[in-house]
Design a binder for this molecule. Structure first.
Ligand code: GRF
Length: 194
């Protein structure tokens, strides 16, 4: 187990980055996995690894503010008592968090994005890279700020774009880089470094 800090992972989907984290040396530091979608494949992965798997779905709340309040309350539950500091890792979490939520969790919210930011923020990053004829593509781990995909960059990993690439082949190469980079960076953050 690394450092003093613990990790909460927020997901929305299949959870391959979550699995990479759970398979890495920091897997033991994960204390909970929270999904904003009940059907997220990552919830089953979390349970398979014996982790608390919690759904906190937007549609269960009357407003975004109520949803974020519930999410914050679930996070706080894991900080109760003498539990140590927490890093909240967004891993394919597809919901934009409000400026107020981001400010309340400043310095603890980290995201992985499938491009070399500031290039190709937002969705369909592999399509964007191919359309731009990029020679290199990759992924970025960054602090979450109120500007979507605009927070301070912590680390990046490059991959080549090959002549025959399509979105599927490029995504596969970038995803492999994500699975290597994210656990490494989170391990540094959990151990107090950056
Ligand atoms: C990853 O490419 C991640 O960078 C992006 O969404 C995808 C999530 O994949 N934000 P997974 O759920 O981790 O498999």
């Amino acid at each position: 187990m690394s450092g003093e800090k613990r990790l909460i992972v927020l997901i929305s989907g299949r959870g391959s980055n979550l699995r990479a984290i759970l398979d890495s040396p920091i897997g033991d530091a994960v204390i909970a996995v929270i999904s904003d979608r009940k059907d997220a494949g990552g919830l089953a992965i979390a349970r398979q690894y014996g982790k608390e798997a919690i759904d906190c779905c937007r549609e269960d709340y009357p407003s975004s503010a109520a949803f974020e309040k519930a999410l914050a309350e679930k996070i706080v539950e894991y900080q109760a008592g003498d539990s140590p500091a927490i890093i909240i890792a967004l891993a394919g979490f597809m919901r934009i968090l409000s400026a107020a939520f981001v400010a309340a969790h400043a310095g603890r919210l980290v995201n992985i994005h499938p491009s070399l930011l500031p290039k190709f923020p937002g969705l369909h990053t592999h399509r964007q890279a191919l359309a731009a004829n990029a020679a290199v593509h990759g992924c970025t781990v960054h602090w979450v700020s109120e500007k979507v995909d605009g927070g301070e960059i912590i680390a990046q990993r490059q991959v080549p774009v090959l002549p025959d690439d399509n979105e599927v082949t490029l995504e596969k190469r970038v995803l492999a880089a994500e699975h290597s980079l994210y656990p490494q960076v989170l391990a540094q953050l959990l151990n107090g470094g950056e």
